[in-house]
Design a protein around this ligand. Structure first.
Ligand SMILES: [Zn+2]
Ligand SMILES: [Zn+2]
Length: 181
């Protein structure tokens, strides 16, 4: 049984205090070891000047470059606003069946929508995005179960409707992937 270590790494700009609260809940939900690697990197190279947003695919490429020789799966965490060219924004992006993903807190922050800041809610939303993108890394597609963390969400309200966990079906798919004899 191979249980890859999940490595969380900062991609700056990054709001303080976002990574550490992810560690224990991720261990609990996914069951793999979780480590924080503080080296990280600046996402400035991925900034699109006209959009004032960061190209998430370019950041993924940089994660691959930085960690290519390493065992494990790598989740970059940023507070920069991410996009891919065909979409206005993305909450995150992952390599399906790969090793790399990036998530952003930018669109998860209540203050962006003119509401009062809520650190607990921000942290919970980021955790859901982390579990979701890691699910893609581990081969899961989007799920139609309303409360499953693998359900696709395009706005924060949809994130809030999901649980911080995989549904029984997604969980069993994960289990098959990692625990087949
Ligand atoms: Zn997804
Ligand atoms: Zn599901």
């Amino acid at each position: 049984v191979i249980q890859p270590t999940i490595v969380l790494t900062p991609v700056f700009p990054l709001r303080e205090g976002l990574i550490d609260p992810l560690v224990e809940p991720l261990k609990k939900e996914i069951g793999f070891p979780v480590a924080v690697e503080s080296s990280g990197f600046e996402a400035e190279f991925a900034l699109d000047i006209s959009r004032q947003q960061y190209n998430s695919t370019a950041i993924l490429a940089a994660l691959i470059h930085q960690f290519d020789h390493r065992e494990g799966v790598f989740l970059g965490i940023t507070s920069g606003d991410l996009f891919i060219p065909v979409l206005t924004y993305v909450f995150g992006e992952a390599q399906l069946n790969g090793k790399y993903a990036i998530i952003s807190s930018w669109r998860l922050n209540n203050e962006l929508y003119g509401l009062e800041g809520n650190e607990k809610l921000l942290s919970e939303r980021l955790l859901k995005e982390a579990i979701h993108e890691l699910g893609h890394i581990f081969g899961l597609y989007h799920c139609r179960n309303l409360s499953c963390v693998m359900r696709s969400s395009t706005v924060v309200d949809e994130i809030d409707m999901k649980d911080t966990s995989y549904c029984a079906r997604c969980k069993s798919l994960l289990t098959q992937t990692f625990f087949q004899s």
